[in-house]
Structures are given as C-alpha cells and as structure tokens.
Design a protein around this ligand. Structure first.
Ligand code: PEP
Ligand code: MG
Length: 585
C-alpha cells in the first residue's frame, strides 16, 4: 500500500481500478494472459517494432529530403532504441514470467529503462530520455492501433490517472464512468479541477508522482476532500474509506434547500446564484442544483477536441439551445477564452513561453476577427428571447473593450441587413480578471453594462502564481489581502457607476468567501453547480448585516491564514450546528 498526497479539489471518495492515461491519450491496458497466448504477445511486439521502424524511416527520408540529411539523422537514437536487445529481452521476459499483455510489459520495461538513464551521471544519456519516451509512444500506438481507449468509449468505471488532462479530453468525458481523477500537476483552478467540481467527481490534482506509482488496473482510493490517494489499499482501509464516502454523501444530502427557493439572507437581501458551465452535458445540472441561470458559459469548450472550427450555424444552434433551456433566467456567454491552458487544434497556435501571459482570450479573438465575428453573430442570434448576455474575457484596458464592442456592433449591423433577429439591447460585460482592469475598473465601468470578477485569473495575475502549478499552489490564496482589496474596490466602483457586479471565479463557491463577498455587496455569484445548494443554504442562514461586519474585521488582517480563520470562527458562531455540513464538505 502506498499513500500519496496532492491537492484536494473536488470532494468525495472514489474507489476503483485505475486507468492510466498518457500525455497523448494513450491508455495502457493491463491484462493477465494465458500461457498459450505468450507467443501471440511476442509476435505483436515484433510487429509493432517493425511498423514503428517503417514509420520512423518514412519520417526520416521526408525530413532529409525537405531540410537536409543531417536533420534526418536526429532519428538515429530512435532506431537504436528499437533495436536495443536489452529492452526487447526485458519485455519478452515480463510477458513470459509475469503473464501480462505486451502493452503493459513494454511500458514497464521502458519505465525501468528511463529510470536507469535518469540516475546516470551522463548528460547525453539523460537527454535521450525524450527520444525514448517519443519512440515508446509510437510503439504503443502501433500495438494498440484502433484499440486505443478513448475516454468517451470507456466500458468500466475507473479512476482516471494522468499527468494532466487536456481540456479536449475532459470535453468528451462520460461522467457516469468516472469514479475519480488523480493528476500529477495542477492547482485548485486548473481546468481538470474545475471540470471535476462541476461534474461532482472526487479529484486530487498535483499529486506529482501519481503516474509513476500507479499502474492501470491497480485498485486505488481517491479522497477528494483530504487530497489523499491510496494505491493498493488493504481491505481494512477500503472499509474505512467506504464509511467516509457514505458520510460524505450523507452530509451532502443534509443540505436540503429546495431547488426553487432563491437565495435570500435572513434580513431579506436576495442574491442571484447561477451556474458555471463548460460542456453541453452539464446543462441538466443547472436545473438539478437549483441555479438561477448561467453566470458563465465557457464557450471555448465547443472549439476543443476537434480538427475544424465550429461554424456560425453550429454555434448558433448550441447557444440557442442553452438560452431556451434556461429561459426566462439569464445566460452569460463568455466569448472564446483560448490560450493559457486551453488550445485549439485549428488554427494551430505556436507554443509560447508564457501562455497565460500570451496570445489568450480577447487578444486571440481581436487578432482573429473572422473566428470572433462568427461567434458574436451566433450569440446575437441566440439572444432573441432577451435572456442572453455577452462578456469578454481577459480585458486588460479600455481599448480592448472598445474594439470588441465595435466588432459586436458590426455584427449587429450585418444581422439587421440580413433581416435576422436579435436582442438590440443585449447587455455587454467585461470580465475583471487582470489587475490592470481591476485598477481601472472606473474607466471600464463607463462602457460596460456589468462586470464579472474572474478570481481564478485575478489571483494568479495579482499574486504572480501560475494557477496550474502544484509547486506554487500554496501561494494561490483567495484570502490574500491584495486580492480582497482588489475585489472590494471593483465592487464599490461598479456600484458607484450603477452597474451590477458578479463573480464567476471559484472563490464565490467557497462558503467562507461567499459570506465575505456578500458583505462586500457582490450582486451575483456564479459557481460549479454542485456548490450551489450549500452556498444557498449559507446565504439563507446569515444576515447581510453580519456579513457587512466581517468585511471591516477582515480588512485589518495581514495574511490569508488569519483571514480564513477569522471567517471560519465568525461563521461557526452564526451557523452553529449547520456549520459542519456547509463548511466542511
Ligand atoms: C476566472 O478566471 O475566474 C474565470 C472564471 O475564468 P476561467 O477559469 O475560465 O479562466
Ligand atoms: Mg479567467
């Protein structure tokens, strides 16, 4: 039994067999074989090696022809690996002695091989690791051929283990087959964490060595509330965690605020609580968890995991369906936020040194007016029932907002000329997620109908902490005084300019901060649907006056830890016996 500790990002306990996904979506099956199948598995190894050799050789001649012979020689190391008798003998030995399938035996041998090279004090050999990993992926792909398991076609329930999940992988997840997620990298607001929370799947990210220590087929436990991952647990440990899982479910059920009831404080302040949505399959969760519409529709997910771009028509149909479904409640379509940790297959975006600071979101859209306009036209056309709003991500100054609005006006003009209907007075908002936007919120407010504070990014940019990097996750603090001052000032500026201000960052779904934000005067909270019942229950059990009082208390504190403790202590006093199930799950 091995125990790992990562970052707890989505509560609950998942117990089951692991499915290890490699970086490029290859999952390595682990099967026991019969004695009579040994020769077939060895034959499959030989076939895969021959096919890979042919593939590399084709690639080599193509590159030699196009760029020159010397460049073609970069594949020499690949051939050496393919012919390495030590490696091949080791694979065969494993198939024979351990009676396992060839994919599993091969991946184990490569792991050993790479481990040995990394230990050697030889720079050249250590650098060969990249070649070996590349060639092993090619061989595995050749072995698996069309048999490679795509997440969308999973047969059995599994705990998915990966270095990280690409948004294109999560976009096709069959929720009912996933018992949990474990990743090596990530933080509380990396995309895997967000998707897990939205779907209510237990998840631990940033477990660093998960893919090294877990094999496909291993029994594992993922505790998304504590951040523990247990590999090959004993029967007693399994029983212990089964109890924990039951307790968790009981606590979730203890929150019993009827869906239809709106969030209203004890002293009568009504608050809008809406849902954050990424995938069409999440639409049903909006009603299920009692959300008042959608406060953030991350439209970029429609663009992920495909070779082509969705047409205006395809987007229109998708957006119109969403608008109709939530009507008469509102939906806020956030225009494409591509870049950062979400990339399109088409057009191919060159790799950047710092993608979160690079060609992302509104920057990409303004530079790609055709793509942007097709989306804006689709959103406008979906707005006929007047329950659609549009907002722009990563606005860093007024000029970007003006340019985006100008393009929106162009689209309106075109649609008018074509006789196509839309909401002439559609509300246009700016996301406040870049410190420069927060600081110049007074300027942006003059030309925005609303603000939505994106704390997931605002925290990373104002504290200079990569939101997806587990090594610096301890510095990613929503309660940092700098973040709290920025948020408070944005809310005040919005109100001084008579516009409403919501928050769609994960912070608004965390009970202690929701209480604080209520006191700061936030008008609307948008969050992953499963968070909604407890935040509604929280708001229904407190007074606005009490929430206002804590704001001044919090602003006197110097550290995030002090802030969190203070808020917890205050809430414990107010919520009494409800404290545990609202705050601790
Ligand atoms: C945010 O940054 O807070 C946000 C809601 O957007 P995303 O998480 O998609 O960057
Ligand atoms: Mg953001």
């Amino acid at each position: 039994m091995i125990k790992l500790k990562g970052i707890a990002v989505s509560g609950g306990v998942g117990i089951g067999k692991a499915l290890l996904l490699s970086k490029d979506d290859i999952s390595i099956p682990h099967r026991k074989i019969l004695h009579s199948e040994i020769s077939r598995e060895i034959y499959r190894l030989e076939e895969a090696l021959i096919e890979t050799r042919r593939e590399i050789s084709d690639l080599q001649s193509k590159i030699s022809k196009e760029i020159g012979f010397d460049h073609g020689r970069i594949f020499e190391a690949h051939f050496l690996v393919l012919e390495d008798r030590v490696l091949i003998e080791d694979v065969i030995k494993q198939i024979k002695n351990k009676l396992v399938n060839v994919e599993y035996a091969f991946s184990q041998s490569v792991k050993k091989y790479v481990g040995t090279l990394l230990k050697l004090n030889d720079e050249y050999l250590r650098e060969r690791v990249v070649d070996i990993e590349d060639i092993s992926r090619r061989v595995l792909r050749a072995m698996l051929k069309e048999k490679s398991v795509s997440l969308s076609e999973l047969q059995d329930k599994v705990v998915v283990v990966a270095h990280d999940l690409a948004p294109s992988q999560t976009a096709t997840l069959p929720k009912e087959k996933i018992l949990g997620f474990v990743t090596d990298v990530g933080g509380r607001t990396s995309h895997t964490a967000i998707i897990a929370r939205t779907l209510g799947i237990p998840a631990v990210v940033g477990a660093e060595i998960a893919t090294r220590d877990i094999q496909s087929g291993d029994k594992i436990i993922v505790d998304g509330s504590s951040g523990h991952v247990i590999i090959k647990p004993t029967e007693n440990i399994i029983k212990e965690y089964q109890k924990k899982s039951t307790l968790y479910t009981k606590e979730v059920k203890a929150i019993h605020i009827p869906k239809e009831i709106k969030a209203c404080t004890k002293d009568g302040k009504q608050i809008v609580i809406s849902a954050n949505i990424e995938l069409p399959q999440e639409l049903s969760l909006v009603k299920h968890y009692g959300a008042e519409g959608i406060g953030l529709y991350r439209t970029e997910y429609i663009f992920l995991g495909r070779k082509d771009l969705p047409s205006e028509e395809e987007q229109y149909k998708a957006y119109a369906k969403v608008a109709k479904e939530v009507s008469p409640s509102k939906v806020i379509f956030r225009t494409i936020d591509i870049g950062g940790d979400k990339f399109l297959s088409q057009p191919e975006v060159p790799k950047e040194m710092s993608p979160f600071l690079g060609w992302r979101a509104i920057r990409f859209c303004l530079a790609s007016p055709q793509v942007f306009k097709a989306q804006l036209r689709a959103i406008l056309r979906a707005s006929v029932d007047k329950n659609v709003r549009v907002m722009f991500p990563m606005i860093s100054g007024i000029e970007e907002l003006r340019q985006a609005k100008e393009l929106l006006e162009d689209c309106k003009k075109e649609l008018r000329n074509e006789g196509k209907k839309f909401d002439e007075n559609i509300s246009v908002g700016a996301m406040i997620e870049v410190p420069s936007a927060a600081i110049t919120a007074d300027v942006l407010a003059k030309e925005s109908d609303f603000f939505s504070i994106g704390t997931n990014d605002l925290i990373q940019y104002s504290l200079a902490v990569d939101r997806g990097n587990e090594k610096v996750a301890y510095l990613y603090e929503p309660g940092h005084p700098a973040v709290l001052r920025l948020v408070k000032s944005v809310i005040e500026v919005a109100h001084a300019n008579k516009i409403w201000v919501g928050m769609c960052g994960e912070m608004s779904g965390e009970p202690i901060f929701a209480f604080l934000l209520l006191g700061m005067g936030l008008d609307s909270f948008s969050m992953p649907p499963p968070q909604i019942p407890k935040i509604k229950e929280l708001i229904s059990n407190v007074k606005l006056a009490d929430a206002r009082k804590v704001v001044s208390g919090v602003l006197e504190l110097y550290t995030s830890k002090e802030v969190e403790k203070y808020l917890q202590d205050e809430l414990r006093k107010i919520l009494k016996e409800d404290f545990y199930h609202i705050l601790m799950i």
